[in-house]
Design a binder for this molecule. Sequence first.
Ligand SMILES: [Zn+2]
Length: 290
Amino acid sequence: MFRFGEVEISVVPELMLREPASLYPDFAPEVAQAELSWLAPHFYDPASQTFASSIHTYVLRFPGRLVIVDTGGGNAKDRPASPRFHRLNEPYLERLALAGVTPEAVDLVVLTHLHVDHVGWNTTLVDDRWVPTFPKARYVFSATERDARDPARGGASKPAAYQDIFRDSVQPVIDSGQAWIVEGTETLAPGLDLMPIPGHAPGQMAVRIRSQGQEALLIGDVMHQPLQVRAPHWNSRYCEDQETARATRLKLLDYAAETGCAIFAGHFAHPHGGHVRRDGEGYRFEPLVA
Ligand SMILES: [Zn+2]
């Protein structure tokens, strides 16, 4: 658990995966080799050239307000195009309960973007229907993302697998009247606002927490691995707009180094967050002490 002023941030895991370095087309083993003192074995295994990748939800406790950010892959979803998320059966809700979170208590579900590994627990299968998992929450997501993925809009040109994600995990919260569709620059509550970070996904948004002079920034998938702080030009294969993803990453690193805010990423292994420090012409990553 981390504290920023009056706000507590904790992490509820769904999955821990290993990802091949080939996920980064520009990956160079010698770059990783030079960073092994802090990278291995926790974040990166040099023998297999694989990275640790965590799928998790952030729980933000504001005074009088419970917010979760990103909802993993979800259970029982048909994902033949994404085998790692196909028909999962994970005790995620039990883990949320262990963190003191009941679905009824969640006020806001913020989705940094609408990829398969960020929206799954939006809904749960009940009597063959996908129903919102968090019955009293408003679900916050970007209009740009909605326009790109809704099969009734731009999503019609996307592969069927993309359309399925929207149908079973996003459309039900629109139908239930729980969607809060945003531009990506809004203030959601005192001390909680959004910043656009497009590239990896067209409407990706960072979630910024500011309280009593302290700041934390949840950066979605601007970086998948802390090594990208050292090699910010590396994109992942999943970045939809490669040039914009690079530009956003550089901007965000500059912002984090300049403000001293902590960043929390969508998939960094434990402790999931850290500080970005300037180092010569570039940056280095300083993991938080949990
Ligand atoms: Zn992701």
